[in-house]
Design a protein around this ligand. Structure first.
Ligand code: LLP
Length: 422
């Protein structure tokens, strides 16, 4: 089997030279690895901007970027420049977005356990809050008592839909820590409360059924269930969350943002929903724009068992294989379209047998120690879920565009590892 690399896992501006070397944004990835070291996250800026534009063109104003997928100052600025709102899920994400200069009225705060302090900052600045519990409603009332100002809110509801995705990223079902149930009547009680209480200025209803969803039918089902709930309320906005999947490996296929929008709009129109329909994609904006470059350090062949190829990162820069059993493609940017007849297991440098980057990785026959190895589609939930496990410094983030590479997050140093110690 030759397993050619599927083109759709590479960023938009990826180009392969006659020598087989890969450039993204006009920058040669091997040169970039040489200059910035490995591991390194590389993002195709044009790809990020194109996905933001597609989202704004498909959904209009109000569409937000789910910043948990990947957030730093440069990314917050980029999505804001492209006309997206920014969805933040914690006080920390809120802090980064504000530091980037995103105006508070372009932000929306999520979370199933927002603290009074997180809510106070949002409330005082005029950041919209997606209410997730009755306890939170009580906290917002307390803030109203402090200054007499209302908070703009949406109520997050769980429609009771089981999307086809990994159990850990399913959120629309009744048994969920997120949102208030439509079936139980909690959602209706929260909305009624928000409509009459002076502490709350209700702008809409929110539902997010899960992440990495390929089947648009799952979204349609959510709309069908929500229709009966939302229509009588006469709210301005119905936000259907994020969740659009992206292909990571050969054989996977996902709808585009444009196709997703068409299905959601048709479903809402068909169900008689007149509220403005918005979404907050994270993965569909960032995932395929990014890739990770590692360097191969050791190759250990255990005859008749498997070959372990160790790279200089691992579960600290990409915990998704360990957490969800996620798969990735692998290739060598020096021979991007080369045949990949060999199957190996790419592992990281952490002190755990579970530290797997790609379990069954297809690689060229001449893969050697010292090679730069690339896993594409690591732009979402890679850098954002990175850790310092084993005191491994986190990789830098480099944006490439127009033949230029710029570091937007620098590599952590060993001294950074000490900065919090007393
Ligand atoms: N809105 C809400 C309320 C969310 O909870 C999420 C993701 C999004 C939007 C963005 O979803 P996306 O478009 O990216 O699917 N760490 C997991 C994914 C967790 C998703 C959490 N919530 C992973 O690596 O697959």
């Amino acid at each position: 089997m030759i397993h050619p690399l599927p083109r759709y896992v590479l960023p938009d501006t990826a180009a392969v030279g006659r020598d087989g070397r890969l450039t993204v944004g006009g920058v040669d990835l091997l040169d970039l690895a040489e200059e910035h070291g490995t591991p390194v996250f590389v993002y195709d800026e044009a790809h990020l901007r194109a996905r933001c534009r597609e989202a704004v063109a498909s959904f209009g104003d109000g569409v937000a970027y789910g910043s948990k997928a990947f957030l730093c100052l440069a990314m917050a600025r980029l999505v804001h420049e492209e006309g997206m709102r920014v969805d933040v899920a914690t006080g920390g994400e809120l802090h980064v977005a504000l530091a980037a200069g995103v105006p508070p009225e372009r932000l929306v705060l999520h979370g199933n356990n927002k603290s009074l302090d997180e809510l106070r900052r949002a409330h005082q600045l005029g950041v919209r809050v997606v209410v997730d519990s009755f306890d939170e409603l009580a906290r917002l009332e307390r803030l109203h008592e402090e200054d007499g100002q209302p908070t703009k809110v949406m109520v997050r509801v769980t429609p009771g839909v089981e999307a086809h995705t990994h159990e850990y990223v399913m959120t629309g079902q009744t048994d969920s820590k997120f949102g208030l149930g439509v079936a139980s009547g909690d959602a209706a009680r929260a909305v009624e409360h928000a409509q009459i209480h002076p502490a709350l200025d209700l702008v809409g209803v929110h539902a997010h059924i899960g992440s990495q969803i390929f089947l648009l039918r799952s979204f349609e089902k959510a709309v069908e269930i929500l229709a009966g709930f939302v229509e009588p309320l006469d709210v301005e906005e119905l936000c259907l969350g994020g969740g659009l999947g992206v292909p990571y490996v050969e054989g996977e296929e996902a709808p585009s943002i444009t196709e997703w929008a068409a299905v959601l709009h048709a479903a809402c129109a068909g169900a008689g929903i007149t509220a403005r329909v918005t979404v907050e994609p994270g993965r569909a904006i960032a995932a395929a724009a990014g890739l990770t470059l590692y360097r191969v350090g050791t190759i250990k062949d255990i005859p008749g068992v498997r070959t372990y190829v160790s790279v200089d990162g691992g579960m600290s820069d990409n915990p998704r294989p360990v957490l969800y059993g996620s798969g990735y493609e692998t290739f060598l940017p020096r021979a991007t379209l080369a045949e990949r007849p060999r199957t190996v297991t790419v592992v990281g440098k952490h002190c755990e047998s579970g530290d797997i980057v790609v379990r069954d990785a297809h690689v060229p026959a001449d893969l050697a120690v010292g090679d730069v190895l690339c896993t594409p589609v690591t732009g979402a939930y890679g850098h954002s879920m990175a850790s310092n496990y084993n005191k491994v410094p986190r990789p830098p983030v480099v944006f490439v565009a127009g033949g230029e590479a710029r570091v937007v997050v620098r590599r952590e140093t060993f001294d950074d590892l000490l900065r919090l110690d007393a």
